[in-house]
Design a binder for this molecule. Structure first.
Ligand SMILES: [Zn+2]
Length: 500
């Protein structure tokens, strides 16, 4: 079914544990103060140190996922009775999906595949069929396919000799294996992604457990973005730079000037703390006691899903932190900086003391949503765009007091966080609202506002793919409720004119 696309994958590429970011790219990130916020006037700072930490963590998580996926796939293949194979009809082998605890087979789902391999491999000392199968297919047990394709070059059970030129047959391998194998190579990841039709990607995502979705969400969204655009992140960065240069020319500015002006318009700045420093030590101690009492009540009485957010954050070394002075400086009700911690101040405490239900949404948003989302793909694209500009323009773009991230990167994580809080949104929440809310006094429809900003800030094809990939990810993550998802779809349709 994909014969005409085989040329795309016939060149055998080496595997190497690369990084998605060039050193130059990191320099950009280092210059960039990453600011998230809770409303337009509520910023916080996430600095380079945390970004590097997150990147390291993400890579180590990916390594663990790869091991897990390999193990599961091996089990899936070895358990697969031939009678259940649907390969001939649908192109999919069939894998048993087991209930997490019972061990019983509850349903059978097709495992969509992509063709991998092709070309030849010249054997060098140290090669063996297992490692070659890992290298070309992401799956050791496929060594037999290589053996079968080279009857004259494989001796005995599996002996191969240096210098032999082996044919590497094209084999349909499960998507997870193909992706794991391509993880370190953006070009290969793009090539794999492009071979996955929408229908197969949906089946693949639907076959993952919630734990797998949660652990790989950011990575799989990147794959989806590549699948939809046919570009690596660096290539999207080039397209984004060209888009920005066009916008700048229309405004009679250089591209650096244009980005700086956009950032000055939509970015965020800081405030000063006056209330907390004015309190006596006794008054401050009293507030801290009240804060601890509220946290104890939340731990004891919050709904199960909120408790889950709290326990996940605490298991990551985060949780609640009393930070009244920083909240004043940022103008924040509560904020997080990517360390699974919800930093809170006076207004948060008073709302919680009034009614604990008034802070559930904020907990789901800050402690859950922003921390679960991971790196923002649009920001990765924008960083690559900045990376491809002349240094003088890059310096112009980043020279202002506001964060370029807040104007170009923040929107996706904010949408995700708003979708997460929707379940607990109330008219008397002291923060903005995900969607229109009857009786609300604070800002409504933050999701639609962020969608408009994505549309405004990115090349059209990238903006559309970003939004579609975000929706796709949300649609497979059980932490996003069906009601939040359907509201999201309506706002996408309102802004972009398509139904995701
Ligand atoms: Zn937020």
């Amino acid at each position: 079914m994909l014969n005409d696309q085989f040329q795309l994958i016939q060149e055998c590429k080496p595997i190497f544990p690369g990084t998605l970011y060039s050193p130059k790219f990191f320099i950009i990130k280092q210059k960039e103060m990453r600011i998230l916020h809770h409303s337009n006037k509520n910023p916080y700072i996430r600095n380079m140190k945390q970004t590097a930490l997150n990147d390291t963590q993400a890579r180590s998580n990916q390594g663990e996922n790869a091991l897990t996926a390999e193990k599961e796939e091996t089990q899936g293949v070895s358990l697969m009775p031939p009678a259940f194979s649907l390969t001939a009809d649908s192109g999919f082998p069939v894998q048993r999906k087991q209930a997490a605890n019972s061990g019983q087979v509850v349903q059978r789902v097709a495992t969509p595949t992509v063709p991998r391999g092709g070309g030849t491999h010249t054997v060098v000392a140290g090669d063996n069929l297992w490692t070659l199968a890992r290298r070309y297919y992401g799956h050791g047990p496929y060594w037999q396919r290589i053996k079968d394709a080279n009857p004259d070059l494989v001796h005995g059970r599996s002996l191969i000799h240096p210098g032999a030129v082996l044919t590497i047959p094209i084999v349909d391998v499960p998507i997870q294996n193909a992706l794991d194998r391509a993880r370190g190579d953006q070009g290969e990841l793009r090539d794999v992604a492009e071979l996955i039709p929408q229908e197969n990607f949906d089946v693949f995502m639907a076959g993952l457990t919630q734990d797998q979705i949660a652990a790989q969400g950011e990575f799989l969204q990147m794959v989806d973005l590549m699948r939809r655009t046919g570009m690596t992140i660096a290539e999207m960065g080039e397209a984004q730079r060209i888009f920005l240069e066009g916008q700048a020319a229309a405004a009679g500015q250089s591209v650096g000037e244009y980005i700086a002006a956009e950032t000055a318009t939509r970015g965020y700045g800081g405030g000063t703390a006056t209330w907390w420093p004015s309190l006596t030590p006794e008054q401050q101690a009293d507030y801290e006691t009240r804060f601890r009492a509220v946290v104890d009540q939340l731990r004891a009485t919050a709904p199960a899903n909120v408790q889950q957010v709290i326990s996940t954050a605490e298991s990551q070394g985060g949780g609640f932190r009393w930070a009244p002075e920083q909240c004043e400086i940022y103008g924040a009700f509560g904020y997080t900086n990517g360390d699974w911690t919800l930093y809170v101040g006076q207004h948060w405490l008073e709302a919680a003391e009034d009614n604990l239900e008034r802070v559930y949404a904020n907990i789901a948003h800050e402690m859950g949503g922003h921390n679960e989302y991971g790196n923002e793909l649009g920001w990765d694209v924008m960083s690559a765009a900045l990376d491809s500009m002349p240094e003088s323009e890059r310096n112009l773009a980043t020279a202002g007091g506001n964060s370029v991230f807040s104007a170009y990167g923040y929107m996706e994580t904010e949408i995700w966080a708003e979708l997460r809080e929707h379940e607990y949104d109330r008219a008397d929440n002291p923060t903005d609202h995900p969607f229109e809310h009857a009786g609300a006094t604070t800002v409504e429809n933050d999701v639609q506002r962020q969608l408009q900003r994505i549309q405004h800030s990115f090349a059209p094809a990238i903006a559309e793919a970003l939004v579609r990939s975000l929706y796709q990810r949300a649609s497979h993550d059980s932490r996003i409720t069906p009601d939040a998802l359907s509201n999201f779809a309506i706002r996408i349709s309102n802004v972009f004119g398509f139904t995701p």
